[in-house]
Design a binder for this molecule. Structure first.
Ligand code: 5AD
Ligand code: FES
Length: 363
């Protein structure tokens, strides 16, 4: 705490100083910080988060080229637009060659990480995923491959890793088992999801977890549990974004999550885990036209523009009104670079590994 700073007189500012120094707060303190309504708290929190981010990563923003390669899903998460029972979703899959085409285009645009994201689609057997991952690595040996294909067996995760996958995103969605039950049907299991995250980390992946902010039924106590989980699991990446209703789900009429609370959580997570890779998500940009810039200004340092072919963009709809569904990849990159500059940062061409995974080839 800097005694000369009048703002640090305020209780919540003291808490922010403590969070910066100790990377943790008690449950009561964290709750006070989450519930405080004073915009001054947001400003002070974001300022501290930026200081920490700049110290670790500078002003660099890492781009991840997102390839949404299938919207078939065997699951039925109540909130998600591509859930199995949504008969209105227009389903599609990309074949390996189409995925490689996306990568070619992305590589030329400067991407050095490709994120393969999809629903839990049984068509994509372990063999098919292995073939796609090794295909990408053969063509582009200097890129990182991130998978986001849901829950699989540990053996499968190991095979993908051996084929060259570097990172894995699997949001935990909520750290509260009862809330998890509220958001997912019987056949999905919170403990299994956590086991998957542990398997991924033990194999050696850079792992990302995360949750939606303002998901149906979410209370402050759930967010506190999310933060505690993030604190103890110490992921390399954390994906958070506001919940946005989808018209064909049972939560169609729900209020979306709060942009302000999402920004506050981004800053808190930056202070808890200074080295974390933290995206400003498309969902944030969907709810607020300047959402992604605001995310960067709150401590985020990753953007994930869409590299999927334009014909399928408008079909990977987890929520309503998703942005960037009509743009060409090159257009998205131009638009994002402009936004990054407006947020006082610069886009860098590098794999952008977590600090603990960086080697000489990665600036
Ligand atoms: N609103 C916001 N985010 C959503 N996701 C799924 N459905 C929605 C929604 N309606 C998030 C989930 C999932 C990630 C890929 O997208 O957290 O893990
Ligand atoms: Fe596909 Fe939830 S609906 S993982």
């Amino acid at each position: 705490m800097k005694p000369e700073d009048p703002r640090s007189e305020k209780l919540t500012c003291k808490l922010i100083d403590k969070l910066e120094k100790e990377h943790d707060l008690t449950e009561k303190e964290m709750s006070a910080l989450l519930l405080d309504k004073d915009p001054e708290t947001d400003r002070y929190l974001a300022r501290k988060a930026l200081e920490v981010r700049d110290r670790i990563y500078g002003r660099c923003v890492y781009l991840r080229g997102l390839i949404e390669f299938t919207n078939y899903c065997k699951n039925n998460c109540y909130y998600c637009g591509i859930r199995r029972d949504n008969g209105n979703a227009q389903r599609y899959r990309l074949e390996k060659e189409e995925i490689l085409d996306c990568c070619r285009q992305g590589y030329a645009l400067g991407f050095r990480t490709f994120v393969l994201q999809g629903g839990e689609d049984p068509y994509f057997t372990d063999d098919r995923i292995v073939s796609i991952v090794s295909g990408i690595k053969e063509c582009f040996p200097d890129v990182a491959v991130t998978l986001s294909v849901g829950e699989r067996k540990k053996e499968s995760y190991q095979r993908f890793f051996d084929a060259g996958a570097d990172r894995y995103l699997l949001r935990h969605e909520t750290a509260d088992p009862d809330h998890y039950r509220f958001l997912h049907p019987e056949e999905m299991d919170f403990d299994h999801r956590i086991r998957c995250l542990e398997d991924l980390r033990s194999i050696g992946y850079q792992v990302g977890c995360g949750m939606m902010v303002g998901s149906p039924g979410q209370k402050t106590e759930h967010l506190l549990r999310d933060l505690r989980l993030i604190q103890s699991f110490r992921p390399h990446m954390v994906g958070i974004g506001p919940f946005i209703p989808h018209k064909d789900t049972m939560y169609a009429g729900q209020e979306p999550g709060s942009v302000a609370l999402t920004l506050r959580l981004l800053s808190i997570i930056r202070l808890m885990l200074p080295e974390v890779l933290l995206p400003a998500t498309t969902a944030l940009g969907t709810l607020d036209p300047r959402g992604r810039e605001k995310g960067l200004m709150a401590g985020a340092n990753v953007l994930m523009p869409n590299l999927s072919p334009s014909e399928v963009r408008g079909k990977y709809l987890l929520y309503d009104n998703k942005i960037c569904t009509g743009d060409e990849a090159a257009e998205c990159v131009r638009c994002l670079s402009f936004r990054v500059e407006k947020a006082g940062c610069k886009v860098v061409v590098s794999r952008g590994d977590h600090k603990r995974f960086q080697n000489e080839s990665d600036e």
